[in-house]
Ligand binder design. Structure first.
Ligand code: FSX
Ligand code: SF4
Ligand code: F3S
Length: 399
C-alpha cells in the first residue's frame, strides 16, 4: 500500500549521539533493539540493522488524528513504566500534529496541520486513533468545525501510509458497541478502513501494546516498508497467533483445570480462566509474550487474574459479553512445542512427515481430551452444586 521511499522526511536525522538523544546508555538501547528485533520475528543478528536504522534513518513525518476514543492509545505510549519506550517512540517519528501533545490550540493547531500536510505532501505517515461517527452526517466529535470524515479524507489524500492505532480506529472498538435494544451504536461508529474504502495497517487493542506500534515503525525504518499484514491489516508479527496458543495457563486448560469463580481455589492457584469468559481462544494478539508496561511478561490481563475480553478482536471485544464463554477457534499445540513446519535441509524428511501425521492425530486426540475435560468440569460443578458445596470447593475440579 505504501511507496515507503517517499515516506521519509528530507532532513537527515540528528547526528547527535544516541546517548544524548535518548538519555540512555548505548547498552540499554541495544537491549531494546534486540527485543524489537525478536518481537518482529527477525533472525539473530538483526538487532544491529534495527539499531543502525533507529540511529541514522530519516524520521517519517507523522500527522496523528484523534476521533472517538479515550486517548488510551496515546497514554499507553507515554505512560510506559520504562521512560525509554516513550523517548524512543518520539525519537523514531517526527510528530508534526497531535492534538493531545502539541502546545498549539485552536486555529494555530489547525494551521499547523495544514502546514504539515503541504510540506510533507505524499510523504507523511497518517496515524489515526479513534472511531469515525457516521450517523447524522458524522457531526459528532468535530474538530475545528470539521467532522472526522472530512478530516480523515483531507489527511488521507496526501499520506504515504496510514496506520489505525487501537481497536476504535481499526474496527470501531468500544464506541461501536450496540446495546441489546438497538440496531447500531449511538453514533454509528466504524473503523477508518470502512470510511476510506481501502486497506490500512491496523494495530488493534484497547489500548494496543506500544511495542507493536514501535515495532511497526521500526520495521519501516529498517526495511523501507511496513510489515506484512493479515487480511484485517494487522501486522503478522504481533497478531499472527491466538492468545490461547501462548498463554501461561494453557497447561491447565489442556488438563481441564479451571477457575469457576473469582477468588475460588482454582482462581487462586492460577488455573485457566476459560470458564470465566476468557476470549484468548478467539483473539489474535501477542499480549502473553510481550506483556504491558515494561515490567515483565506476566503483566497482562490473564497474568493478572482476569480473563481476556478480546479487546483487540473485531466481533469479540465490546461485542460479546465479558463473562460469556468464548468460541474455540481450533485446538493447536502451544508454540513452546517443537514446530512441525521448520525445514531441515531440503524437502521434508520421512521423519518429519511422520511427525506431521502424529501431530494431526494428536490434534484429534486433543480435541477429544478437551471435550472430555470441559464436560468433566461442568459435570463436577453441577455435582458440587447439587451437593451444596461452597464455590471454593468447586474450584478444585480437575486437580
Ligand atoms: Fe481508548 Fe484509543 Fe481503547 Fe480506543 O485506545 S484505549 S477507547 S482502542 O482508541 O484511546
Ligand atoms: Fe489462557 Fe484464556 Fe486460553 Fe485459559 S482460555 S489458556 S486463560 S488464553
Ligand atoms: Fe486485550 Fe485480551 Fe490482550 S483483553 S490486552 S487482547 S489479553
Amino acid at each position: 500500500m505504501t511507496n515507503s521511499n517517499e515516506i521519509f522526511d528530507t532532513e537527515r536525522a540528528s547526528l547527535v549521539s544516541l546517548e544524548r538523544r535518548l538519555g540512555i546508555p548505548r547498552r540499554e538501547f541495544l537491549k531494546l533493539c534486540s527485543a524489537i528485533a525478536a518481537s518482529l520475528g527477525l533472525p539473530v543478528g538483526a538487532e544491529a540493522a534495527v539499531a543502525k536504522a533507529v540511529e541514522t534513518a530519516q524520521r517519517p513525518a507523522v500527522i496523528w488524528l484523534h476521533f472517538q476514543e479515550c486517548t488510551g492509545c496515546t497514554e499507553t505510549l507515554l505512560r510506559a513504566e520504562h521512560p525509554t519506550l516513550e523517548k524512543l517512540i518520539l525519537d523514531v517519528i517526527s510528530l508534526e500534529y497531535h492534538e493531545t501533545l502539541m502546545a498549539a490550540a485552536g486555529k494555530q493547531a489547525e494551521d499547523a496541520r495544514y502546514a504539515a500536510m503541504r510540506k510533507y505532501k505524499g510523504k507523511y505517515l497518517l496515524v489515526v486513533e479513534g472511531a469515525v461517527p457516521t450517523h447524522d452526517n458524522g457531526i459528532y466529535c468535530k474538530v475545528g468545525g470539521k467532522t472526522p470524515q472530512q478530516m480523515l479524507a483531507e489527511c488521507a489524500a496526501g499520506a504515504a501510509g496510514i496506520i489505525a492505532i487501537g481497536s476504535c480506529a481499526s474496527w470501531g472498538g468500544m464506541p461501536s458497541t450496540v446495546s441489546p435494544l438497538a440496531t447500531s451504536s449511538p453514533t454509528g461508529s466504524v473503523g477508518i478502513g470502512q470510511i476510506l474504502g481501502k486497506p490500512v495497517v491496523t494495530i488493534p487493542g484497547c489500548p494496543p501494546n506500544p511495542y507493536n506500534f514501535l515495532s511497526t515503525v521500526v520495521h519501516l525504518l529498517t526495511f523501507n516498508r511496513l510489515p506484512e499484514v493479515d487480511s484485517l491489516g494487522r501486522p503478522r508479527f504481533a497478531y499472527g497467533r491466538l492468545i490461547h496458543e501462548n498463554c501461561e495457563r494453557r497447561a491447565h486448560f489442556d488438563a481441564g483445570r479451571f477457575a469457576l469463580e473469582f477468588g475460588d481455589a482454582g482462581h487462586r492457584k492460577g488455573y485457566c480462566l476459560y470458564k470465566l469468559g476468557c476470549k484468548g481462544p478467539e483473539t489474535y494478539n501477542n499480549c502473553p509474550t510481550i506483556g504491558f508496561g515494561g515490567v515483565g511478561e506476566d503483566n497482562w490481563p490473564v497474568g493478572c487474574g482476569h480473563p481476556c475480553i478480546g479487546c483487540s478482536e473485531q466481533g469479540v471485544g465490546f461485542q460479546t459479553g465479558v463473562y460469556e464463554l468464548s468460541k474455540l477457534r481450533y485446538i493447536h499445540p502451544p508454540v513452546g512445542y517443537p514446530g512441525i513446519h521448520e525445514r531441515q535441509g531440503k524437502g521434508a524428511s520421512l521423519g518429519a512427515l511422520a511427525v506431521v501425521a502424529a501431530v494431526g492425530g494428536a490434534g484429534i486426540g486433543a480435541g477429544a481430551t478437551l471435550a472430555r475435560n470441559l464436560g468433566r468440569a461442568h459435570a463436577q460443578q453441577q455435582a458440587d452444586e447439587a451437593a451444596g458445596k461452597a464455590p471454593q470447593d468447586a474450584g478444585k475440579d480437575g486437580e
